[in-house]
Ligand binder design. Structure first.
Ligand code: PCP
Length: 387
C-alpha cells in the first residue's frame, strides 16, 4: 500500500500508524539492524533542552503520541498534557529498538507541533486572563492539521475556536459569527440589512455579534448596530485592518464610551486581526474578548529530539546529549529539575513522568479540559511568561 491520496496532498492516518510516515533513513536503519540480527533493548527520551534555562514551554500532542505507540511492545512514560517543562525528557520509551525506530518522525511531529501551538495559546491566555480568547487561525494552516491546532489551543487555555471540522474531531462546537464577506454581499450602506438578516437566519444560541468595521468608521457602525438590533445585540467585533488602525486602543475606548452612553454596557466588544500577547495586554482592560489567529496557529514547533540514552542496560548518549535514564521533578517553588532515575531527586520534588503505555496498552485517559486546567495551574506555579 502507498501513502498517496486521490484528492489532496495529505499523508493519511494509515501511513502514520503503519510507520510509513517516516524519514527514509529509519527504513534503512530497520533494514540494516534486521540484516545484522541486532535489536537491542533501549531506553529513548524525547527532550527539547537538556538543562533547564528558565524558559518554560507547554506539552501537548500526547494523545496522538499515545495512539501512535499503542499496540507496540513498549513501555512509555510521559508528562501529562498541559504540563509546563523546561529541560529534560517529556516522554520516555523502553523496549527493543525495532519496535519503535520507524515511528520517531511522526512521534516528534505530533509532540513538536502541538506543543508549539499550546505554548503560544498559553501566552495569549496569560496575557488576557479575564477575557474570552478564541482561536481564529485555522485559515493560516493546512486543513489537515486544523484539529491539532484547535485542540492544542484549548490545552493552552483558549476558550474556543472557529474550525467546524476540527470541532467534529475534538467533540466541541466551533464558534464564530460573521465575516466581512457577509456584510460586503449586502453592499455599502446596507450594513443594517446584513446584521438584521443574520439575526433572522441563525439559531437563537448563536451570539449576535455584529462586525462593525467594513465600510465606515467603527464608532458609526457600532451605533448603527445598536440601533438595528437593540436588545438582541450581544456584542460588536472590530477587525480594523492595520493600515487604518491608528491608535486601536483609543478606537476601542471610544466605542465603549458610546455604548455605555446609550445604556449598552452589556454589549461586549471583541477584537481581532493580527493580535498577539503584547496586544492583548495593551487592550485587555478595554475589550471583552479577542480572536487570535496566526500568533497561535503559526507558532514555531518545539524543537524536540528523540535520543537513545541506554542500550542493553548501559548508559549512552551522542555528543551534546546526556546519557542515562532521567526523571524530571517539580519543586514547590516552581523549579524544574532533571536528574537520573534511581537517584535522589530534589527535596520536596514531585516526579512528573507518568505511565502512558504498558506492554503496548494505553493506560491513560485524555481530557482537554483537565489538560487546560493543569496548564493554568502550571503557568501559575512556574511563573510562565508572567507580566
Ligand atoms: C479575522 C482577521 C484575521 C483573522 C480573523 C485572525 O477574520 O481578519 O485574518 O487571524 P490573525 O490573528 O492571524 O490576523 P475576519 O474578520 O473574519 O476577516 P475577513 O472577514 O476579512 O476574512
Amino acid at each position: 500500500m502507498t501513502a498517496t491520496s486521490r484528492d489532496f496532498d495529505i499523508v493519511g492516518s494509515d501511513a502514520i500508524r503503519e510507520a510509513r510516515a517516516t524519514d527514509a533513513y529509519f527504513e534503512r536503519t530497520v533494514e540494516t539492524l534486521r540484516h545484522a540480527g541486532r535489536n537491542p533493548h533501549v531506553v529513548a527520551e524525547v527532550t527539547a533542552d537538556q538543562f533547564p534555562d528558565g524558559e518554560f514551554e507547554l506539552l501537548a500532542g500526547v494523545k496522538d503520541a499515545a495512539a501512535l505507540l499503542a499496540g507496540h511492545d513498549v513501555d512509555v512514560d510521559a508528562l501529562p498534557e498541559g504540563t509546563a517543562f523546561d529541560g529534560g525528557p517529556v516522554l520516555r520509551i523502553e523496549g527493543t529498538y525495532l519496535e519503535f525506530a520507524a515511528l520517531e518522525t511522526s512521534l516528534l511531529g505530533f509532540l513538536s507541533h502541538a506543543s508549539g501551538v499550546a505554548t503560544a495559546a498559553l501566552e495569549c491566555r496569560r496575557a488576557a486572563p479575564d477575557a474570552s480568547v478564541l482561536s481564529f487561525g485555522a485559515r493560516h494552516v493546512h486543513p489537515s492539521v486544523a484539529a491539532m491546532v484547535e485542540r492544542s489551543a484549548l490545552v493552552g487555555g483558549l476558550d474556543g475556536f472557529s474550525h467546524v471540522a476540527a470541532g467534529e474531531v475534538i467533540g466541541r462546537e466551533a464558534s464564530g459569527t460573521m465575516p466581512h464577506a457577509l456584510v460586503l454581499c449586502f453592499g455599502r450602506g446596507n450594513q443594517e440589512a446584513a446584521w438584521r438578516a443574520f439575526d433572522e437566519a441563525v439559531p437563537e444560541g448563536v451570539p449576535r455579534i455584529a462586525l462593525c468595521d467594513t465600510f465606515s468608521d467603527e464608532k458609526d457602525e457600532v451605533i448603527r448596530a445598536v440601533e438595528t438590533l437593540g436588545d438582541r445585540l450581544d456584542g460588536v467585533r472590530l477587525d480594523t485592518t492595520g493600515s487604518r488602525r491608528g491608535d486601536f486602543r483609543h478606537i476601542v475606548r471610544e466605542v465603549r464610551w458610546e455604548l455605555d452612553a446609550r445604556g449598552e454596557g452589556d454589549v461586549d466588544v471583541f477584537l481581532s486581526g493580527g493580535l498577539g500577547p503584547a496586544d492583548l495586554r495593551r487592550l485587555r482592560d478595554v475589550a471583552d474578548g479577542f480572536g487570535v489567529g496566526g500568533y497561535v496557529s503559526n507558532a514555531d514547533p518545539v524543537d524536540f529530539a528523540l535520543d537513545i540514552v541506554e542500550v542493553d542496560g548501559d548508559p549512552v548518549a551522542k555528543r551534546g546529549k546526556l546519557s542515562g535514564v532521567k526523571e524530571v521533578y517539580r519543586t514547590p517553588d516552581g523549579g524544574h529539575h532533571v536528574g537520573l532515575r534511581g537517584h535522589d531527586g530534589p527535596e520536596d520534588g514531585e516526579a512528573l513522568l507518568e505511565p502512558l503505555i504498558r506492554d503496548g496498552e494505553v493506560v491513560r485517559e485524555f481530557d482537554v479540559d483537565a489538560a487546560a486546567e493543569r496548564a493554568r495551574a502550571e503557568a501559575e506555579s512556574v511563573g510562565f511568561r508572567a507580566e
